[in-house]
Design a protein around this ligand. Structure first.
Ligand code: UD1
Length: 316
């Protein structure tokens, strides 16, 4: 039993965690519903929802000064690399400034906080070619998104060392699963793909725009593995002041991924090729040994995770 604050808690990762935690804990969710949806959250008397932005200082001060939290998960962000290249100032406010403000509010009001978990990103590694990425690998952020995630992550971990605030960070690789919003052109690629397959199965014309030649690779990690990782990082003493890669340890190219889904659904998705996106990373795969040291096991290959996802969407 504990009290949790989840920012971005109506979004894909945040809502999955909120629904899981609200079975036994008190959970407060803050979300501006820019990408998240209230319907992602289950009806539960232990779960309350506040509509608002983490950049709203008054709102955040009010929330942080009027509750005593055991755990805070900060997921609120503009999650798209490509969007940050289009809108560096707006994305900086959300992806960086809100974090610093939250840290200061925690310093002031949340002396008993057991853990702040910050959602950083594999994007911080950039295009330095050595693979797999270890937490100590060279950092070469290529985009405003990656720079902000890295800077925010370092602030979060520094607050542990400087002020004794209990913090940890996770570097998400490419998370996918039910409730990931496909509606923006900047949505995660698997959510967009599933949306296109849905339309195709329903008999509509649908095609997928692939930026690049399809040989870029990603470590796609299923949401259930991610929840396991988040609970371990938040709960383990040894995770204090550290960052953890969250992935499966295996990568697949976009072309291979499309083949996997084509085969699972016995349908061929039409693909249109366009020039690669600015700042896009070629290859990304996690070394997950640090997380495994906390007891983590990745239970879903991309084939297994995709199958479960497609079944939950009634596509299989
Ligand atoms: C993703 C996450 C980011 C996370 C990072 C960690 C999203 C939106 N982005 O970034 O939050 O921090 O992983 O590694 O969830 N693509 C297409 N067509 C499309 C969309 C994408 O070809 O319609 C391509 C992209 O150009 C890219 C690949 O698919 O090469 C993956 O793109 P995307 O899902 O946006 O993820 P990342 O940029 O890896």
């Amino acid at each position: 039993m504990g009290k949790y604050l989840i920012t971005g808690g109506a979004g894909f990762i945040g809502s999955t965690l909120a629904n899981h935690l609200a079975k036994e804990n008190t959970v407060i969710v803050i979300d501006d519903l820019s990408m998240g949806k209230k319907e992602n959250l289950i009806e539960n008397s232990k779960l309350s929802f506040i509509e608002g932005s983490v950049t709203d200082k008054e709102l955040m001060s009010e929330v942080l000064s009027s509750h005593r939290f055991d755990y805070i998960f900060h997921f609120a962000a503009i999650a798209s690399v490509a969007d940050s290249v289009e809108r560096p100032v707006e994305t900086h406010q959300i992806n960086f400034e809100s974090v610093l403000m939250l840290l200061e509010l925690i310093r002031k009001h949340q002396k008993d906080l057991k853990r702040l978990v910050f959602s950083s990103s594999a994007a911080v590694y950039g295009d330095e070619p050595t693979l797999p990425k270890r937490e100590e690998s060279i950092i070469r952020p290529l985009t405003p998104y990656a720079v902000d995630k890295f800077a925010a992550e370092q602030y979060v971990l520094d607050y542990q060392h400087l002020y004794g605030i209990n913090t940890s960070a996770v570097r998400f690789f490419n998370v996918y699963g039910p409730n990931q919003n496909p509606e923006s052109p900047y949505s995660g690629v698997i959510s967009i793909l599933v949306d296109r397959y849905k339309r195709l199965q329903a008999g509509s014309a649908a095609q997928f725009t692939l930026f690049g030649d399809g040989s870029q690779s990603r470590d796609f990690v299923f949401i259930e593995d991610v929840i396991q990782a988040l609970l371990l990082v938040a709960g383990k003493e040894e995770a204090l002041g550290k960052q953890y890669n969250v992935g499966t340890g295996n990568a697949i190219t976009l072309t291979e991924l499309i083949e996997v889904i084509d085969e699972a659904l016995e349908i061929k998705l039409p693909v249109k090729y366009e020039t690669g996106r600015e700042g896009d990373i070629k290859d990304s795969v996690a070394d997950i040994s640090r997380l495994q040291g906390l007891g983590y096991r990745s239970n879903y290959s991309v084939q297994a995770g995709m199958k479960k996802y497609l079944v939950s969407e009634n596509l299989i």
